[in-house]
Ligand binder design. Structure first.
Ligand code: ADP
Ligand code: TRP
Length: 326
């Protein structure tokens, strides 16, 4: 008899640490949304405990938590189809993190690129920042997630998660499913307005829910080369094109590329990108305003999400506690 396939459990988290930008949307939110309703279970949580490693102001974190929930709901996360919750509302995350940290080799964390990068950017080198990947492993393993859609920058964290899971399973007995990362190569790195990776820490973002003026300013400020106004442009080298294509079908991309090659002026190309952006995100912006007025409903969605998440987290923890002897 053929074994029945294991259920598809998709999970992803996002830190509430600033305004959501186009890189977050195409690199994380959209790929996650594409799974909603297709997976047997989808989990989307707000990694507020992770955010504490960089955002250390009660007032700012409270605000960022509120904002990101509205952003998520506006983008189309549907509490009927997905489990949406705050990481800190399910204390099993931190309990499991501690247990996992006792089987995590120091060398594994010492090799983590993201820690070194963050420290080199001036973020305080705390124990929390160093053990960040262990908390991330707990986030994933707690729910036996088998698929984790992320941007390429998170790939190493997924490898660390798998290593920790194997180490635990070998030491104590099988408790965890090994998760696979899902990295969408076509949108793996969304460029920012200066051509580097779009990131809030580089100040090169196009905010999804910023004011129209802020969005316009960001788009009109995208770097271009000094090719003449009517001269042919190479779309592959144009940051404006690289961003615009994310919104387009293959066919639309090809015809826009032809216009670039035919000498489309950068100013005009940017105006078109702005129009596409606003058209794409207007319904989301409206939905966000609606949710912003319904605080009680939003609180209820999160409480319900945490309750559902906790049921699954507890199943895993009962097994883990039993295996380790607690
Ligand atoms: P930031 O770089 O702005 O600090 P985060 O690290 O909070 O963004 O990223 C949140 C999610 O969005 C992650 O899954 C990350 O992979 C994805 N992401 C962020 N920036 C980009 C980008 N420029 N291109 C693709 N995905 C991105
Ligand atoms: N580290 C991720 C980021 O910065 C956020 C995150 C925390 C996450 N826990 C996770 C992503 C679990 C996927 C799965 O983007």
């Amino acid at each position: 008899m053929k074994a029945s396939p294991s259920p598809l459990r998709v999970l992803s988290g996002i830190q509430p640490s600033g305004q959501l930008h186009l890189g977050n949307y195409f690199g994380s939110i959209k790929p996650n949304l594409d799974f909603q309703g297709k997976a047997d279970q989808s989990f989307f949580f707000i990694a507020d405990l992770h955010a504490l490693t960089t955002l250390q102001s009660g007032e700012l974190l409270r605000q960022a938590r509120r904002d990101i929930v509205l952003d998520y709901l506006a983008c189309g996360f549907d509490p009927q189809k997905s489990i949406i919750y705050f990481q800190s509302d399910v204390p099993e995350h931190t309990e499991l993190m501690w247990i996992l940290s006792t089987v995590t080799p120091m060398g594994l964390l010492e090799r983590a690129v993201s820690y070194k990068e963050k420290v080199s950017k001036g973020i305080a080198a705390t124990a929390g920042l160093f053990t960040y990947p262990v908390l991330m492993a707990a986030d994933i393993l707690l729910y036996q997630a088998n698929l984790v859609p992320v941007g390429r920058d998170q790939k190493q964290h997924l490898e660390i998660t798998r290593d920790i899971a194997v180490k635990f399973n070998n030491t104590f007995g099988k408790a965890f499913t090994l998760p696979e990362p899902l990295i969408r190569e076509d949108v793996a790195v969304v460029p920012g307005t200066d051509g580097q990776k779009m990131s809030k820490s580089y100040g090169n973002t196009i905010p999804l829910f910023g004011s129209e003026a802020a969005i316009k300013k960001a788009i009109m400020g995208i770097v271009t080369d000094s090719v003449g106004v009517d001269a042919p442009k190479n779309p592959e080298k144009s940051v404006v094109f690289q961003i615009h294509r994310l919104f387009l079908t293959q066919h639309q991309q090809e015809s826009l590329a032809e216009e670039y090659e035919g000498g489309l002026a950068y100013g005009e190309a940017k105006k078109r990108l702005l129009a596409t952006f606003l058209e794409h995100f207007s319904p989301l912006r409206e939905r966000r305003e609606e949710y912003a007025k319904k605080t009680a409903l939003v609180d209820e969605i999160l409480a319900e999400g945490a309750r559902k998440a906790k049921v699954i987290a507890e199943e895993t923890m009962e097994n883990v506690r039993e295996l380790v002897g607690l």
